[in-house]
Design a binder for this molecule. Structure first.
Ligand code: ADP
Ligand code: MG
Length: 228
């Protein structure tokens, strides 16, 4: 059987934050291969390195040593300009606190990002498909947490990223809303052929993942992949 295409490969990735007096070993010797199209969950207690690892994959932070390949491209070797272009065009980000612009409507929040890239989805159509057809002209303050996160999902997907990174996407939502938001992320990612990495400390989210990567103290302690 042909090997599935690899979305992400990490070769001995380490991250040390030099705090002057102390050095924080946020990641140590991380090795990982993520097949394209998977829904991957990074699970671990607070401080285990989940965000650091995701930010390194997304080009928001850099590894101290090791290499990061995304769709075969060595992200650790990119120039600053290429890294900016990579973050802008190739990766969609979803955050715990939604990070919407408060003075823009739902549609304008999504359109703002669509305008940054050469090829984008239609903002209105995407908002329809995350169930917000009737709320496009609402400001974030006029939307519930779950609705705001749906706007953020549409915003992340409008640039047609092949990689979707979600850091604690349900960390600010109640249980029922969390399940709905995860279902939206999953179905939207499938529809758009995107690989998803979702970071969480919530065990109940792991059932959603095709692949579950457990971290502890900056090291991967287990990788489980469900057979399909
Ligand atoms: P998690 O997302 O699993 O909670 P993080 O990746 O945020 O973990 O943090 C891993 C470790 O790295 C923690 O000890 C944290 O304090 C440290 N750390 C994270 N970011 C920084 C930073 N910018 N400067 C210094 N230390 C950091
Ligand atoms: Mg974190």
């Amino acid at each position: 059987m042909a090997r599935p295409e690899e979305a992400v490969r990490l070769d001995s990735v380490s991250k040390i934050y030099d705090m002057g007096v102390v050095q924080v070993h946020a990641l140590t010797g991380v090795e990982l291969s993520i097949p394209a199209g998977d829904f991957v969950v990074f699970l671990g207690p607070s401080g285990s390195g989940k965000t650091t690892l995701m930010n390194i994959i997304g080009g928001l932070d850099s590894a101290t040593t090791g290499r990061v390949f995304v769709h075969g491209r060595d992200v650790t070797a990119l120039s600053q300009d290429d890294l900016t272009e990579y973050r802008r065009s190739d990766v969609g980000f979803i955050f715990q606190f939604f990070n919407l612009m408060p003075t823009l409507t739902a549609r304008e929040n999504v359109q703002l990002i669509a305008d940054l890239v050469h090829s984008s989805e239609d903002a209105g159509a995407l908002l329809e498909s995350v169930g917000l057809g009737e709320y496009m002209d609402h400001f974030p303050s006029q939307l519930s947490g779950g609705e705001q996160q749906r706007v953020a999902i549409a915003r992340a997907l409008v640039k047609r990223p092949r990689l979707l990174l979600a850091d604690e996407p349900t960390g600010n939502l109640d249980y029922e809303t969390s399940r709905e938001v995860l279902a939206v992320i999953r179905s939207m990612a499938r529809e758009n052929n995107a690989t998803v990495i979702a970071v969480t400390h919530d065990e109940s989210i792991t059932e959603k993942g095709e692949m579950v990567v457990r971290l502890r103290s900056g090291r991967i302690v287990s990788v489980e992949r469900k057979d399909d």
